[in-house]
Write a protein that binds this ligand. Sequence first.
Ligand code: MN
Length: 251
Amino acid sequence: MKILVSNDDGYRAAGIASLRRALSELGEVTVVAPDRNRSGASNSLTLDVPLRVIGVEPGVHVIAGTPTDCVHMAVSGLFDFEFDMVASGINDGPNLGDDVLYSGTVAAAIEGRFLGLPAVAFSLCSHPGETRHFATAAAVARQVVSGLLAQRLDPRLTLSVNIPNVPLAQLKGFKATRLGSRHRSQALVPTRDPKGEIVYWVGPAGAGDDAGEGTDFHAVASGFASVTPLSVDLTRHAALPDLAAWLGALP
Ligand code: MN
């Protein structure tokens, strides 16, 4: 069983080392990951410059590109073998609700799915300043991936797994969830560069808004690992009849 592991926090991140170790018990793991933190890269491909691949140790390859570049290249010709699945993470921070549209962690999994492989993204719901319980997320990852290898799911699905940042003994189990949503982001954070010019940091994500029972937010807040089946079809199907009527009535 050949497992491709990638992430968006970069190849030096604690989370990817933890995922690599956990999945090595289940198959042959190859890491192809960005050279630095590319969180928020979403589904971006580098098309304007060629990409170099650096082998940093046996089974670990680094690319100065995005998470999507890494998975795309790994599955589309970098190796003389085929992968059986893609696992991404473990992200240092949650990917709940709207986050999945920005997430490079989720994008790496979605790229694997686009290329026909079962794919799953893992995110630890850590917050700045907290102790990171990557061991909890790694145990969850091992269980979910061994499940995926044993019993295939609908190949159109990408799974996004969010794990509460708690010791393993405090984890309550799994919940199948839908994406909730966040309040709008907090405001820009202005500061000064060394020359006194004003620069801005993008502000933190908003708190959970649609975060009730059944959502990913609710599961994690209740101590469960949240497993959301993602589809890439962003169409709001329920709105089609109203939209068609609206278009028919255009002046
Ligand atoms: Mn990240």
